[in-house]
Every structure is written in C-alpha cells, then in structure tokens.
Write a protein that binds this ligand. Structure first.
Ligand code: MN
Length: 400
C-alpha cells in the first residue's frame, strides 16, 4: 500500500516501527544536513545540535477521547465542540493516514484532522519515532484541550486521576524522553488540590495543566483559589493552555471559525492572564508560577500599554498592587508553542528576559520539523538558544 493510504492503526504502527528500526541513522543524517545547510547560509562554522525539550505537547487517553466524543454528540453552545467534533466524533476516528516521521501534516483541514486522534493517542511508537527523526529529546506531555473540564464533576475527577496515572507510567518507562503536566478537575477545587498534591508527591510529575476557563469562569474566581494555593504550596508551575472563548465572549468568533488557534485561543487566554493580574489574586498568591504558550498570548507586545493603563494609582488599576509587567516578571514564563516566528521570539526575549522563554512545538497540532528548524535557525547566541531550547525548561519544570 502506498503512503497516504488509510490503514488501521495497528498495521500502521507496526509498519512505522519497522521502518524506524531499519533506519536508525535518520536522526543523525537529518541533523547533520540541516546544520550544514544553516552553516552554508550564514557562513558560520557548523553548530552542534542543541538539546531540545518541547514544553506544550498534547496527548489523550482512550477513555478521555470516548468521553469527549459523548460530550460532542450531546451538542451545546460551547465553541469547543467544533474541534472536538472534528477530532473525536468523525467517521475517521479509528483510522489514520500513515506518514513518515518527517512528512509535514497535510494542509487540507479534514485530512489534517484525521491525523490528530491517532497522534494524540500514541505515545511510544509514532511519537518517539518522530521525535528521533527530528532531533527532539523530550516531550513535556499534557492532556489535550479541553482536558476534563467539560465533564460532570465526578467523571472529571475520575478521568483526571486516570490520565495522570497513565502519564506517570509512560514517563516511568521513558524517563529521558517524556516529562508530564498533571490534569485536575477545576469543577471541584478541593479535589483538584488533592490530585495536584498526589501528582507531585506520589507520581513525580512536573507541574499542572489547565485549559483556561471552567464553567465559563476564570481562575481569579474565589472558588478556584484552592487550586492556586496548591500550585503555590507545591512550588510547581501551572500551565494555562487555551480553550476557545467562553460562552459570554463567543459570538464574534463563531461565524468565521475564529475560535481556535487562529485568534480565539490567544484572545481568550490573554484575557484570562489580564484578569489574574488585575484582580489582585497574584498578590494573594505571590509565589505562584504560571506558564503560558504561543509566545505569551500577545501580552509581551501589549505590555507597555497594560502598564500605562493599569500601574497602581492609575485609572484601570482597581485591585492590583504591582504593574502588569512586574507580575509578568515575577510569576510568568512563556513558551513558543505554535508561533515559529524568529522576530516575535527576539522581541519576547528582549521584552521579558531570556530566563522566561521556552521552546515548544504544540504537537500534534503543528509541525515538528517546522518548530525544530525555527529554534535551530533563529537569530540567537549559542547561550540564548540553549536557554530557550532546554535549560529554562529543565529549571522551571525540574526536568533532568
Ligand atoms: Mn497546545
């Protein structure tokens, strides 16, 4: 069968692993030729391959996929359902298009969507092969958006626990290739805080993931404070990953399919972070560490104006004790997930500091070869490249 044909998942994985076993020298060849290309272009000496920890890499377990399909089938107003229907509720959910690890995802929307569920479900075959083929050392794994946040309370707690158990098992089998962010159910903040403690103290995971709003509410809401308190007490970072805009801000995003990565994610999550800054909640939990993706969800670019409007004493500063830029410095780090623009990277580093920026791919939603080329070729000093590609992630997420 030729490439691109649809085969069942088991056949495809078996074929892929035999291809990878036969071609064990791929990673070296690919890294070398890319480094040589870049050396030729710039006239500099060929650089050694830099270690790479990708910090916003999604996975799903079958039980969560099945529960998401049920939610999608029930329907409702949530803009999450558009992507959920495409990934979890389509006829192609049990098949996928076999691809070699270096093939970029197809640009056609439906063909692309067919590649997502198998890639989210697979951790140890296709994913590791693709990481090897592209010289990616570590995926910091997190349950794909919207995680467990659309389930009823009991089911959300149960599935977060199960996902964390599976995550810790796979990290245990591949401790040099995977690290993990734990899920929790914000629907029950007290239970969430308990699971967060188990995730760090018992499972040894590296932090937490939350997909923006829950029940259309944001983390500054007092009902979620036990979660912020736990993250601060456990001294482990909380990654705020996007969801589409909450119901109250949905309408202008819906008709042109702007709810997702194209625009809605950034606006939504940027708004969430502005709420955390301006609500004063970061004064209550001053040691909390928060990570946001997508080059800071536009906040670095907006920072001067945020400070101008909302520094303490000015009109829009109702509750915050610090300037927005001071919170950003003290409490936040950003990742490059899904925004492979070297100019934006340069700006973010100069604006918020080299210690605050980490590389990410946003697997499987964006291209691994594209993100690798981006971080290898971006105009950075060797030290800066090392910090962004892996050193900051090692420090912030305690990955060794
Ligand atoms: Mn993502």
């Amino acid at each position: 069968m030729k490439e691109g044909a649809i085969v069942d998942r088991r056949t495809a994985l078996a074929r892929l692993s035999s291809v990878v076993a036969a071609g064990a020298s791929w990673p070296k060849l690919i890294s070398k030729s890319r480094a040589e290309d870049s050396g030729r272009r710039t006239g500099r000496a060929v650089r050694a391959r830099v270690r790479k920890i990708a910090t916003e890499e999604a996975f799903v377990i079958p039980e969560v996929a099945a529960a998401l399909r049920e939610v999608a089938q029930k329907g409702g107003p949530s803009l999450d359902l558009k992507l959920m229907n495409l990934i979890y509720n389509s006829a192609s959910a049990s098949t996928f298009e076999i691809q070699t690890p270096t093939t970029p995802p197809p640009t056609n929307r439906d063909a692309y969507a067919r590649t997502l569920l198998p890639r989210l479900l697979d951790l140890e075959e296709h994913r590791l092969a693709e990481m090897d083929a592209n010289g990616v050392d570590v995926h910091l794994l997190s349950l794909a958006t919207p995680g467990v946040q659309m389930f009823a309370r009991g089911k959300a707690i149960e599935l977060a626990t199960l996902a964390n158990d599976r995550l810790s098992e796979v990290v245990g089998r591949h401790p040099k290739r995977f690290a993990g962010l734990a899920s929790f159910a914000p629907q029950d903040a007290a239970a969430a805080a308990k699971e967060m403690e188990r995730a760090i103290k018992t499972l040894g995971l590296n932090g937490f993931i939350v997909n923006s709003h829950t029940d259309n509410r944001y983390l500054d809401d007092q009902r979620f404070w036990p979660i912020l308190e736990a993250a601060e007490a456990l001294d482990a970072p909380l990654y705020i990953h996007p969801r589409p805009p909450s119901d109250g801000m949905a309408a202008p995003f819906a008709d042109y399919r702007m709810e997702g990565a194209i625009w809605g994610y950034g606006v939504e999550t940027g708004t969430h972070v502005a709420r955390l800054m301006l609500s004063g909640v970061l004064d209550r939990f001053p040691k909390i560490r928060i990570v946001i993706g997508h080059m800071g969800e536009a906040l670095p670019y907006w920072l001067w104006r945020l400070d101008y409007m909302a520094s303490p004493g000015s009109r829009a500063a109702l509750r915050n004790k610090l300037k927005p830029s001071e919170y950003l410095q003290r409490n936040f780090a950003i990742t490059t997930s899904g925004l492979d623009d070297p100019l934006a990277l340069r700006y973010a580093i100069d604006k918020i500091g080299i210690d605050h920026v980490m590389w990410a791919i946003d697997y499987p939603f964006q291209s691994t070869p594209g993100s690798v080329a981006f971080i290898e070729n971006a105009s950075l000093s060797d030290t800066e490249r090392e910090q962004v590609a892996y050193r900051n992630a090692e420090r912030i997420f305690r990955i060794s």
